[in-house]
Design a protein around this ligand. Structure first.
Ligand code: ATP
Ligand code: MG
Length: 373
């Protein structure tokens, strides 16, 4: 039986392990929090820091393959493991491009992939010299996650909200729609595209509010999304599963926002909504089996379950009974021991043939279900 490790033990690792049960694989998780969502679902749990060279190296030694659920892992250790025969999904070179937002933007530019114009700033001082470039979005180069390393700089007065660290300053795109497309790449280079999803954001939390699949796009826009997404992933030259986030602007231009080289929140609906989920797909890839079928079984909507403002502590899920009584609503709780404002605590996927029905139920679920302490 192959031995496969996951760096990080959050909800992505948890859902990946749920899919692992179907395959001949022995699973390992490295994670700092022994109560993390994935901790008790793996065969072997190691308590430790995914950013530490020695910890990652010792964890990976002797495994057949390793994957990540967050980009910010120790890549030097991964390089040493590759030299010793461990397969890493994604490849370390691809991971290094994505880990650093400056490298990521340069990668798009060098490969003629459409993306918003940008300049690199190394300090607040640099940023102050860019008032002619506004309105823009400032993104810290290393370590941002879930919108936390992102600041909109609308006008000169906002500049002090920027990052005093290496960052990219991107032109603010007049966004019509935010799209994500999951793409699978097998070891032999074969690819499979999932139908893209459309994301709607919560402006105050800067987090996904709900998501629809398939995205409603004019045929020409859909082609651009698929072509640009696929080209970007092919240029990364790595097996694995990838989420490409794109913007469709008000003139129907399609721009790459960012790539996640791993399972991703924008693919959670695939558990019930598609024949082969993003998690199932990654096991197929890592264990060298044929790719799965990415088609939708039915259209879906996805609502994230976020820790409510003003509550921190042991979570209580209000409204669970009512939500579970809704037809074709599938609840996923991540089993986190603590809730806090804005924390991702779970999600609900809804399946229906009718878009109106999806929207109605998504909205209903957002009002019914809350996480408090
Ligand atoms: N150039 C831009 N123009 C307009 N809006 C933008 C731009 N870049 C980012 N945004 C907005 O900010 C959000 C977060 O940006 P981005 O996806 O780059 O950050 P992130 O920290 O990686 O977030 P996450 O982990 O949630 O994907 C985007 O989904 C989009 O709504
Ligand atoms: Mg993003």
């Amino acid at each position: 039986m192959k031995k496969v490790g996951i760096l990080g033990g959050g909800q992505l690792g948890r859902m990946l392990l749920q899919a692992a049960v179907n395959y001949p694989v022995e699973t390992f998780v490295l994670e700092n929090d022994p109560q993390a969502p994935a901790a008790h679902l793996c065969h072997h749990f190691t308590h430790g820091d995914i950013r530490d060279f020695e910890t990652v190296y010792q964890f990976g030694k002797g495994l057949d393959a390793l994957t990540i659920e967050i980009e910010h892992v120790n890549t030097e250790a991964l390089e040493k493991l590759v030299a010793e025969g461990v397969s890493i999904f994604p490849r370390v070179a691809a991971l290094k491009i994505i880990q650093n937002k400056i490298h990521q933007k340069n990668f798009y530019k060098e490969n003629d992939l459409p993306t918003s114009d940008f300049v690199v700033t190394n300090s607040l001082h640099d940023l102050r010299l860019q008032s002619h470039f506004l309105p823009a979005v400032h993104k810290v180069s290393n370590g941002g996650y879930d919108g936390k390393g992102v600041q909109i700089i609308q006008q000169a007065a906002d500049i002090e909200k920027g990052f005093d660290a290496p960052s990219v300053l991107e032109k603010k795109v007049p966004i019509k729609k935010e799209i994500a497309i999951m793409i699978a790449v097998a070891n032999n280079g074969e690819t499979a595209l999932y139908p893209p999803v459309e994301m709607v954001f919560d402006q105050t939390l800067n987090l996904l509010s709900h998501q629809l699949c398939p995205a409603e796009l004019a045929e020409k826009v859909l082609w651009k999304v698929e072509a640009i997404g696929l080209t970007a992933i092919k240029k990364l030259n790595s097996p694995g599963i990838f989420a490409v986030e794109l913007f469709v602007d008000i003139d129907d231009n399609v721009l790459v926002n960012e790539i996640a080289p791993r399972v991703h929140n924008s693919g959670h609906h695939t558990i019930e909504g598609n024949y082969s989920s993003q998690f199932d797909m990654l096991w197929r890839i890592m264990l060298n089996y044929p790719l799965g079928n990415t088609d939708c079984i039915l259209p879906s909507a996805l609502v994230n379950l976020i820790g409510e403002d003003g509550f921190a502590g042991i979570p209580h899920y209000d409204g669970l009974e009512e939500v579970l009584s809704i037809d074709n609503a599938f609840v996923h709780l991540y089993g986190k021991h603590q809730t806090k404002p804005g924390r991702k605590m779970g999600h609900v996927t809804i399946l229906s043939k009718e878009k109106q029905d999806l929207l109605y139920k998504a909205n209903k679920i957002k009002h019914l279900l809350s996480v408090r302490s």
